[in-house]
Design a protein around this ligand. Structure first.
Ligand SMILES: [Zn+2]
Length: 899
């Protein structure tokens, strides 16, 4: 605290003594002909170095913005919008004229009114538009190792505040508020900056082989839980994303720009984006980004910066930082600058790219964007209002899917999660107070529904509808490329329907719903229930949703003895309980059990039934061998080099923050020899383990499994387990299915240096002949796939018979044989396997009935393999019960010696 104050005094001291030299002592040469006023402290004064001379860390960035706010409190205001997992502050700044900053709260109220044509008619809208400034939101550094954007954010703020009379700035400040989120990922950037400066030697190396230029695992791109936060805007799992979405929903800026970095040999990328666009984008939004892009072109040409547009970075998936804002009516885009990955980088052309060069480009694009917004002030406001009007009209006109209804019969915890998530997106979600009928279906009180005839109707539509098609010509082009043996241009997942991913039943209805209802808030708690709290025999918690799941983890950690039934049962001829139901008996627990059960019920929102009898009339009794006693398993997970950081981070997050249960991360090299006897469960996230674990590692893991360990492999870690030299799992990965042709003739002369003579009649034959003899199926960027579940195994207790998972990549496995294990979940038939997205026809055929979940008993332990990742982006909530069973029920079923 004291240090900070003395720095300000020092800065003030310099300004007072030397009012005209501050600009001269800095290296401000990024915008032509600019005189900077000395009432705003410079980079040099605040940080001790000029702009772009160092990669500013999070703490110094905060210090910089705080100094700006102290120097010009009537023109810049800072807002804290959250804390990262590691406790760092997340802030955004609002910068504008004295008038606009004074009236910021009024402007915010007015833009909220403009955003709702149901309360603001056309005339009232025009009055608001006449009063409102324009607004732009510049967000920087969501990927923590894309470094230049944060320093560009600082320069942008300084430039606007210290040179308000400069011609472009004057235009901007006259009618626009500039919001700056200077660092979206402080934890990732901190990982980058501390490692970078720790590796620097006598000189900063520009060599791409140097330690400076190579980040160790897990790199700085992701946040603490190793999430790519530029994919988190749909499920809002991370605190950083949650804070940003709340702030954007509050301020509703008209233009949103997400600033990134790409490979150092490229130039600069800005709008217009690559095809395909999300079909819910309006022409106005596309036109606005074209106009702003063109303005950049002008500035880049005059300074002599290279750039490109319309390639690589698309706008189809609605969960990016540049696509989510489109759904409240903003025009949005991504910018990418070639990265110096340090203070200096040598391009393949031999040119040296300095950090300052990269900061300069993002800074120019930032100011140019604000200028474009200022130039289009009235148009942007009008477009914003029109967007809301047309969104409501589109919803009203939809005779098939105007309403989405969640019956809320099965999985109340999942329904609650989805309803409150949509509220977090500012979608209005209603919960019925009474029973009602809609489109011929009866619903009970408690059902949720969304009317898409609302300003956020398009967001509800794109996330709730099962299928969003890519444009036909784009698909046609991808199929053409595939036929020509070229890679496809699909950039990310093509399916993202939230009800499918959460496995929540929904219906659509085009007719008006009339029922008394109340609106759901994003923080509405999930309310649990305990019937007969003074039970004399036991408490039962029906298994099958995450409230019960969290009940289990909390009970185990509180030292409560919990049993779980392998099969469904009926108590006293009356009540039916599903397989997996938790049984907490009074006789095996302490006197404070009742109080504990009440507390856990309240914390988790679980449904608990107290019972006064253990008389089971169908299925296993409480004392049967088919009810297992659960233990609190110790979970280890592979971590570090050769593990996919996304898979490791996503999985650790799901277990720690959604199941509320701790995981110990163990570096892969330790797994080769370490005594794993302390652990009950070992999880291998996706990764390439064969070389790093070697024979020692494989033997070590195998021995541990035989002694009673539960090994869980996720995604392509299953490749490792199934490798014939590793031999942990008795299945084989399939090559691409090919119609049998003349492969036999080919085989005969494989070892010869000559081959038999053949005749080709067309180009197709040439392409066919040049195919590899061992091709994997074609790679898939990610679709949602239907999965069917064996209902008669303890590992799938409480799991719904139909699930949706992700099909990503090209791993397809032949089923395990009965002598070795069981296939407990598999992909649906070729016609039905695709739940949402775009999947190649050959993959559909080959995926059909292939395993998704494999169980293989081994000695006293077992191997459980998911052929696809169940934890992708932590948004496949519908697979959580299956994953919980794989950890907790499996640990109870393994037969380790007492530990
Ligand atoms: Zn990026």
């Amino acid at each position: 605290m004291k240090i900070k104050q003395s720095l300000i005094l020092f800065a003030t001291f310099i300004i007072m003594l030397n009012p005209l030299t501050s600009a001269a002592s800095d290296n401000y040469d990024m915008w032509p002909n600019t005189q900077y006023n000395s009432d705003i402290p410079t980079h040099q004064q605040i940080l001790g170095y000029g702009v772009g001379e160092r990669i500013t860390n999070h703490g110094d960035m905060l210090r910089f913005f705080e100094a700006l706010e102290r120097a010009a409190p009537n023109r810049i205001k800072l807002f804290e919008y959250g804390r990262t997992w590691e406790g760092r502050k997340l802030i955004y700044a609002a910068i504008g004229s004295v008038e606009n900053i004074k009236n910021l709260a009024v402007h915010t109220d007015n833009i909220q009114k403009l955003a709702d044509p149901r309360i603001t008619n056309k005339k009232a809208a025009q009055q608001l538009i006449n009063k409102l400034p324009s607004s732009v939101w510049l967000q920087y550094g969501v990927h923590g190792n894309e470094i230049s954007s944060t320093d560009a954010a600082m320069m942008t703020a300084y430039h606007l505040l210290a040179a308000p009379e400069e011609a472009t700035n004057k235009k901007i400040l006259n009618n626009t508020v500039v919001f700056i989120d200077p660092l979206q990922n402080p934890d990732g950037r901190t990982r980058f900056t501390s490692r970078y400066y720790a590796t620097v030697g006598m000189n900063h190396s520009s060599d791409r082989l140097s330690a400076e230029q190579n980040e160790p695992w897990p790199r700085g791109r992701s946040n603490h839980y190793l999430f790519d936060m530029n994919r988190d805007w749909l499920a809002i799992t991370q605190p950083e994303t949650a804070g940003r979405i709340k702030s954007l929903n509050h301020r509703l800026p008209l233009v949103v720009i997400d600033l990134h970095e790409m490979g150092g040999d490229q130039s600069y990328y800005f709008a217009p984006a690559a095809q395909p666009f999300n079909p819910h984008m309006t022409q106005d939004q596309i036109d606005n980004m074209n106009a702003i892009g063109k303005n950049h072109g002008k500035h880049f040409d005059s300074i002599g910066f290279d750039y490109f547009t319309r390639e690589i970075f698309d706008a189809f998936y609605p969960g990016y930082g540049d696509s989510w804002p489109v759904f409240y009516g903003a025009s949005a885009a991504t910018y990418e600058v070639a990265s110096s990955r340090g203070e200096v980088f040598q391009k393949l052309t031999g040119e040296k790219l300095t950090y300052k060069d990269t900061v300069h480009r993002h800074f120019v694009a930032s100011i140019s964007t604000a200028e474009g917004v200022a130039d289009n002030h009235k148009k942007l406001l009008n477009n914003f209002y029109d967007y809301q009007v047309s969104a409501i009209a589109e919803g009203k006109a939809n005779k098939k899917e105007r309403f989405f209804i969640m019956p809320n019969k099965r999985d109340k915890a999942g329904n609650h999660r989805l309803a409150t998530l949509m509220a977090q997106h500012d979608v209005e979600v209603q919960q019925a107070d009474k029973a009602f009928k809609a489109c011929g279906i009866n619903y009970t009180a408690g059902a949720y529904f969304i009317d898409t005839a609302q300003p956020r109707g398009r967001f509800a539509k794109t996330t709730f509808t099962q299928q969003v098609d890519m444009p036909k010509d784009f698909i046609k082009e991808q199929e053409r490329r595939r036929a020509r043996q070229l890679n496809d241009e699909i950039y990310d997942v093509t399916g993202w329907s939230l009800p499918l991913m959460f496995n929540i039943d929904t219906n659509a209805c085009g007719k008006n719903i009339k029922v008394a209802s109340h609106q759901i808030n994003s923080d509405s708690p999930l309310v649990g229930d305990i019937s007969n709290p003074e039970a004399t025999v036991a408490y039962l918690v029906p298994w099958g949703d995450m409230a019960a799941g969290r009940f289990l983890t909390e009970a185990l950690q509180a030292g409560i003895t919990v049993k779980s039934a392998d099969k469904a049962f009926t108590l006293d001829n009356k009540s039916n309980y599903p397989a997996g139901t938790l049984i907490i008996e009074k006789r095996t627990n302490n006197d404070d059990l009742t109080a504990n059960i009440q507390k856990i019920t309240q914390n988790t929102g679980a449904i608990v039934n107290g019972v006064n009898t253990s008389w089971v009339t169908k299925g296993p009794s409480f004392g049967s061998g088919n009810t297992v006693t659960m233990s609190a398993p110790k979970i280890a997970m592979a971590w570090g080099d050769s593990v996919s950081s996304l898979s490791a981070g996503n999985t650790r997050f799901v277990i720690e923050r959604q199941f509320n249960y701790p995981v110990t991360a163990i570096r892969v090299n330790k797994l080769t020899r370490a005594d794993l006897g302390n652990y009950h469960v070992l999880i291998l996230p996706s990764g390439h383990y064969k070389n790093s674990l070697g024979k020692n590692g494989a033997d070590n893991i195998k021995n541990w499994v035989e002694q009673g360990g539960v090994l869980i492999t996720l995604g392509n870690a299953t490749r490792y387990a199934a490798d014939s030299e590793v031999g942990l799992l008795a299945v084989k990965r399939e090559l691409a299915y090919k119609e049998k042709t003349e492969s036999k003739a080919k085989k005969d002369d494989e070892k010869e240096s000559t081959t038999v003579g053949t005749l080709y009649k067309d180009k197709a034959t040439l392409l066919k002949a040049s195919e590899n003899s061992k091709d994997s199926p074609d790679f898939v960027a990610g679709v949602l796939a239907n999965i069917e579940v064996d209902q008669e195994h303890w590992l799938t207790a409480g799991v719904h018979e139909k699930l949706v998972g992700m099909a990503y990549g090209n791993d397809i496995y032949a089923p395990i044989k009965l002598e070795a294990g069981k296939n407990l979940a598999w992909f649906s038939d070729a016609k039905n396997v695709l739940a949402s997205g775009y999947l190649w026809e050959e993959n559909k055929k080959q995926l059909a009935y292939k395993p998704f979940l494999i169980h293989q008993p081994t000695g006293k332990g077992m191997v459980i393999s998911f052929t696809q990742e169940p934890t992708t982006r932590a948004y496949l909530d519908g697979l959580n019960v299956m994953l919980m069973n794989s950890i907790f029920r499996a640990a109870a079923h393994a037969r380790p010696l007492a530990r």
